[in-house]
Design a protein around this ligand. Structure first.
Ligand code: SF4
Length: 358
C-alpha cells in the first residue's frame, strides 16, 4: 500500500498546487478559531454560499473571546439564513468551553477536538490539519464521493460498515508528509472535479486509477441513500400588529428554526383570535389571509400562509418576555429570523398597514 499511497498523494498534491483553492478567506491564517468557524459553516453549506456569511460573522466575532461573550441570540442573528441551526448552538457552546475552560486555546489533536460540541471526526481532523499541520484523515461528503468512486466502494457511504471501510481507506491513503496540501486537494477535487453530477473525469489527476471511471460506474457511485418521499406541510403564521409594532416569538430550541425569532403560528385560520387572546392577552381582528410562499427543505415542502391580525386591545401593556417581543419594522434586522419568514415580512409589511391599540 505504501507505494500506492505515495502515488495517490503525489497526484493529488500536484493537482492541488496547480488547480486547487488557495485564496479562501479562512486560508489566509493558520488560526484554529477561523478554521473552526469555516469548517462548521462548510458542514452543510457550499463554499460559495458560506463565504459572505463567514466574512460577516468574522467581522462581528473576530476571535473566541468575542464569540463566547456574545449572547446566543446575537450569534443566531449572524447565522440566520445558513440553516441547520444546531450548528450555531453548538458553535456558541464550544466557544464558551474553549474560552472559559481551556483559557481560550483550542485543543491541538483531532481526538481532543472531536470532544467539542458539533465537532465530528472529520471536522476535528480538518481543524487539526489546517491549524497545526497534524497528520489526520478527513472524510467529509466530498472526500467520501472521491474515495467511493476511485475505489469502487458500493453501498451507502453513511451507513456504519461502508463508512468504516472508507475511514480505514482514508487512514491508509494518508501520506506521511504534506498532509495539509493533500487534504485540501481531496476536498477541492470533490468540490470542483469529482462533482455529484457529471464529474469532469478528463480533468482529474486520478483518472487512470479510478475504478468507477474504468467501469462506467461514475453515475452509480456513491450509492444514493433512499430518501423518504418529500412531504408537504402548510403552516399559518400571524403578523400581529399594533400601531407601530410587530410580535415575534422565540421558537423552541428543538426542531425547525430552533431558537430563532419568528411569527406566532396557529393550527387553523379560525383559531387566530382565540389563540392570541389565550397566549398574549390580545384582542383584535384577524382580517386578511395573504398569499403565502413555499420554502423547500430537504424532506419537506413548507407552504407558509400569513394572516394579518390587527390588535384592538392589549390586556395591559404589550409585554416583552424571553419568549416573545415587540419590534418595529426598522429593528427587525436586530433579530435572528428564519430566511423565508424574513422574506415574507419584507413584502408583507409594506402591504399591511399598522393596526391600532385601544
Ligand atoms: S476519474 Fe472521475 S469519477 Fe474518478 S475520481 Fe476522478 S472525477 Fe471522480
Amino acid at each position: 500500500m505504501s507505494e500506492k499511497r505515495l502515488k495517490f498523494a503525489e497526484l493529488l498534491i500536484g493537482w492541488q498546487r496547480k488547480h486547487g483553492r488557495h485564496d479562501l478567506p479562512w486560508q489566509k491564517r493558520r488560526d484554529p478559531y477561523l478554521i473552526w468557524v469555516s469548517e462548521i459553516m462548510l458542514q452543510q453549506t457550499q463554499v460559495a454560499t458560506a463565504v459572505p456569511f463567514y466574512l460577516r460573522f468574522i467581522r462581528r466575532f473576530p476571535n473566541i473571546a468575542a464569540l463566547a461573550s456574545a449572547s446566543l441570540d446575537e450569534v443566531m442573528k449572524h447565522w440566520a439564513g445558513l440553516g441547520y441551526y444546531a450548528r450555531c448552538r453548538n458553535l456558541h457552546s464550544t466557544a464558551n468551553i474553549v474560552f472559559r475552560d481551556l483559557d481560550g486555546l483550542f485543543p491541538r489533536t483531532a481526538e481532543q477536538l472531536n470532544q467539542l460540541p458539533g465537532v465530528g471526526r472529520s471536522t476535528a481532523a480538518a481543524i487539526a490539519v489546517f491549524s497545526y499541520g497534524a497528520r489526520a484523515a478527513i472524510l467529509d461528503a466530498n472526500v467520501k464521493r472521491v474515495l467511493a468512486r476511485c475505489f469502487a466502494i458500493e453501498g451507502n457511504v453513511n451507513s456504519g460498515p461502508v463508512a468504516s471501510r472508507l475511514w480505514a481507506l482514508a487512514e491508509r491513503l494518508l501520506p506521511l508528509a504534506k498532509v495539509e496540501e493533500y487534504s485540501q486537494g481531496l476536498m477541492d477535487l470533490g468540490a470542483i472535479v469529482c462533482t455529484r453530477a457529471k464529474p469532469k473525469c478528463k480533468m482529474c489527476p486520478l483518472q487512470n486509477r479510478c475504478r468507477a471511471r474504468r467501469t462506467g460506474m461514475t453515475a452509480e457511485l456513491p450509492a444514493r441513500k433512499a430518501l423518504p418521499a418529500k412531504r408537504s406541510r402548510e403552516i399559518h403564521v400571524v403578523l400581529v400588529r399594533d400601531k407601530k409594532n410587530l410580535l415575534l416569538v422565540k421558537r423552541p430550541a428543538a426542531g425547525i428554526w430552533g431558537g430563532l425569532w419568528s411569527l406566532p403560528e396557529v393550527a387553523h385560520v379560525h383559531d387566530v383570535s382565540d389563540e392570541l387572546r389565550r397566549r398574549f392577552g390580545l384582542t383584535g381582528d384577524a382580517d386578511s389571509v395573504l398569499s403565502g410562499i413555499t420554502h423547500e427543505l430537504t424532506h419537506l415542502s413548507l407552504h407558509i400562509v400569513p394572516i394579518v391580525f390587527r390588535v384592538v386591545r392589549a390586556n395591559g401593556k404589550l409585554k416583552q418576555t424571553q419568549q416573545h417581543t415587540w419590534v418595529t419594522a426598522d429593528s427587525l434586522g436586530n433579530f435572528a429570523v428564519p430566511a423565508p419568514i424574513s422574506k415574507l415580512l419584507k413584502t408583507q409589511l409594506q402591504q399591511s398597514p399598522a393596526g391600532h391599540t385601544g
